[in-house]
Design a protein around this ligand. Structure first.
Ligand code: FES
Ligand code: FES
Length: 173
């Protein structure tokens, strides 16, 4: 549990993309604001702040969560992953990022961080998704720019590439 510090603020500690981090948060502070303003992790976007648009989607202890509906103090002691954690190294694109780039699956990019987080989580559990499953997943994300078709195409391409990687890992083992 978080500890109270001066001025009604709590010390919140968790791992962010595998690295320990900490900051202070008032009890009402949202995880979105904590990530962006306390930790400088601005990859997580804030759209509706009502749990509807999906822009703020992160992973907490392996489960997807709307960071705009999560208090920072609720993440204390957890493992938090954000879109920054999907890159294999700074300035390098992950498989999902690269597929989105190839397929022009973003325009303004506001929705993209959340969509990438949902896809990353889903594809690890479902390495061979149908197009309909991808479309169902995307019902939790609002994109005002793309019409979704390039996003679906990118997701299917990334799924095939990730499945190939998994199969190679198994045959090398
Ligand atoms: S900002 Fe969280 S769901 Fe829209
Ligand atoms: S790319 Fe603009 S909202 Fe999706």
């Amino acid at each position: 549990m978080s500890r109270l510090s001066s001025g009604q603020r709590h010390v919140v500690r968790f791992t962010l993309n595998g690295k320990p981090c900490s900051g202070e948060a008032e009890p009402r502070m949202l995880l979105t604001d904590f990530l962006r303003y306390q930790l400088g992790a601005t990859g997580t976007h804030v759209g509706c702040e009502h749990g509807v648009c999906g822009a703020c989607t992160v992973e907490i202890d392996g489960n997807l969560a709307r960071a705009c509906l999560t208090l920072a103090v609720q993440a204390d002691g957890c493992a938090v992953r954000t879109v920054e954690g999907l890159a294999p190294a700074p300035a390098r694109l992950g498989i999902l990022h690269a597929a989105f780039k190839r397929n022009h699956a973003l325009q303004c990019g506001f929705c993209t961080a959340g969509i990438l987080m949902s896809l990353d989580n889903f594809l690890r559990e479902n390495p061979k998704p149908s197009e309909q499953e991808i479309r169902d997943l995307l019902t939790g994300h609002l994109c005002r720019c793309t019409g979704y078709t390039p996003i679906v195409r990118a997701a299917m391409e990334a799924a095939a590439e990730l499945a190939g990687d998994l199969a190679k890992e198994k045959s090398d083992a």
